[in-house]
Design a protein around this ligand. Sequence first.
Ligand code: MRU
Length: 382
Amino acid sequence: MSLQAIKYTDNQLHILDQLQLPFVEKYIPIRSAQDGWHAIKEMRVRGAPAIAIVAILSLAVELNELLAGGKLSPSSEEVGLFIIEKLHYLVTSRPTAVNLADAAQKFEHKVTEHVKTPGSTGQSLVTAYLQEAELMLVNDLSDNQNIGAWGAKWILERATSQGQTKVNVLTHCNTGSLATAGYGTALGVIRSLHSGNALNRVYCTETRPYNQGARLTAFELVHDKMPATLITDSMAAALLAKPESKVSAIVVGADRVAANGDTANKIGTYALAVLAKHHGVKFLVAAPRTTIDRGTKSGSGIIIEERASSEVTSIKGPLQGRVGDTLQMETIQLAATGIDVWNPAFDVTPAALIDAIITEKGVVEKGPDGSFHFDKLFDESD
Ligand code: MRU
């Protein structure tokens, strides 16, 4: 059974509470856009594609509830304004991942178009919203499987030309089933290598300060029985320098890829890209096209979320005692009281350090001008 971060059936939405992983696998209900906003803000669900899907579905649940309870306005204009206001609110939960803003913008456009349709009603608008929202889960899963296949092929072609049939790769943060509708982006590439019997070993970084690697990626790798080794972020250089470790590629996800290929991803990604360049290791970004923000010219235009200093100064772990099935967490302070803290959740890796960007439509490499060009990935319907 593969892990599922998001469960949506019969208009009910449940998410796997990632604050309790890897200790307890507990699903919590999301009943409204407000619940969705809080779950995203508190990082009970995280990862660029997953937060976009949960945001849209949380509003779907609320709309369905209004419809079923007979509380929906018959006017499509009124319902349209309600939906758009909620979409704008949901976008304020986390700023860096573009998938959320992109999804909200696409839904806003569809709502506006539907309202203009002669004969549209509040009910017809909600029905259309629900149908479109459900598709997000299906599409994200198939996009990830395609990303996985493209990425594995790209890595293996280069490895086989050097006489290797199995590769070692390194990944950062969590980009797997827990960060998406399923399968994952960078972790999807690694899953594809594994299912093709081409993965010798994956190294995953702890990903301080929030430890998505140690808590979530390690959990997925153990769950799927992949040959995997956890390292702290500061060990990556030593690993690449070690002749026996033979890392073929570093594969990471993305929260926002600017039009020139500069990529915002989990803090620490940039450092890994610098290391990869120094050691001649391929550095790959795996992301669906919804993560490519053609409206932002370069990385300097990306807003980087800054999070609470407590994430850096302390560490959370489970208390021994549990109340029912809810895990009690304990916070242990690590840092000296009074120290100032800087806690950016993401950094921007310059396009110059990225060898290729793997999407569901194929792998994009830099052109002769040294820049990435994404236009051929998109058509008018996008
Ligand atoms: O702060 P997070 O855990 O939401 O950050 C997640 C990442 O940076 C991922 O690499 C990115 O969202 C891609 S997930 C497929």
